[in-house]
Ligand binder design. Structure first.
Ligand code: ATR
Length: 280
């Protein structure tokens, strides 16, 4: 008798294998959609990542998520799409016709979460993005793609904001970190991509009272779920999009590519991950 084909499995490749919510998310969707499949965490040191990714299918995987510190390498170890190249990092790998492809789903995760949390947010002409690291690159790319005219970009280290402006062109306007207050009254969207406000980090010192009444505030930080920035924005009656929403939305396409069905970000899934986050 021929051997039973194994159910498809994907994994998260990282080092060290941090406590990730990705298995929780993908197992929920596998269960919800009645798909027999798996998702594991694979701890792979930098010196082994090329070999591991090169043999991904021989290790039994139909694809993978990639996290710190391998996202830049993943780009070079696969056929990456233009958005991933522009962001300089890939977080999702999958096979098509035997070839390993990659993309960066943080871009759509950010945009789809905003669409779900604050529909119409893209009526803004001006956005203010804080931070110029890896997450900021995905956010800036997404905002330009969605037609935001000016992305004001403030970063503690001015040179990194300038580097993004040099890469992404005239839509990105570097702003000195000390002068953020001057841009707030024009910002229809404020996005925090820095680690400020994260558990154990200082809070972000921003006066949301200076934002326009219709402004939307997004924070990529999700530990804690309610960052001081989001709390202040909600207290002022502004619409918000939180980091957990982005985390859930960025996971959708990987699942679809590996397991063949597009999953939904449901309130039940959110509650499940929220519950897990409170155990931190
Ligand atoms: P990620 O991939 O999450 O974007 P990163 O590339 O390490 O992570 O970027 C972290 C961002 O948070 C950077 O914009 C960083 O500013 P610098 O470029 O000046 O380092 C910002 N950041 C971290 N701690 C900060 C602090 N105490 N004050 C202001 N910005 C801070």
């Amino acid at each position: 008798m021929p051997a039973e084909p194994k159910p498809p499995a994907a994994c998260l490749i990282g080092w060290p294998a941090a406590h990730s919510r990705s298995p929780l998310i993908h197992h929920y969707w596998l269960r919800a959609l009645g798909i027999e499949g798996g998702y594991t965490i694979e701890s792979v040191p930098p010196e082994d990542v090329a070999d591991f990714v090169g043999r991904l299918s021989r290790h039994g995987f139909v694809g993978a998520n990639v996290t710190i510190p391998h996202k830049e390498r993943a780009l070079l170890l696969s056929v990456s799409d233009e958005p991933a190249k522009a962001v300089g990092a890939a977080n999702t790998l999958w096979y098509q016709g035997g070839t390993l492809f990659s993309t960066n789903t943080d871009i759509e995760g950010f945009l789809n979460n905003l669409d779900a949390s604050a529909p119409g947010w893209d009526a803004a002409t001006d956005a203010l993005v804080l931070g110029a690291g890896g997450a900021s690159r995905a956010v800036v790319f997404g905002l330009i793609e969605r037609g935001i005219k000016r992305v004001h970009l403030a970063n503690r280290t001015a040179g990194r904001a300038q580097a993004l402006a040099d890469q992404f062109g005239a839509a990105v306007v570097p702003v000195a970190w000390e002068t953020v207050g001057e841009v707030l009254p024009r910002a229809g969207l404020l996005v925090n991509t820095t680690s400020l406000g994260m558990k154990g980090q200082p809070a972000l010192d921003i006066d949301v009272g200076l934002l326009p009444q219709e402004a939307v505030v997004a924070d990529l930080v999700y530990v804690p779920l309610q960052t001081p920035l989001l709390t202040a924005a909600r207290a002022r009656g502004l619409r918000t999009a939180d980091g957990l929403g982005m985390l859930l939305h960025q996971a959708v396409r990987g699942f679809e590519l590996w397991f063949g069905k597009r999953p939904e970000v449901t309130p039940e899934l959110r509650a499940l991950v929220e519950d897990d986050l409170t155990k931190v």
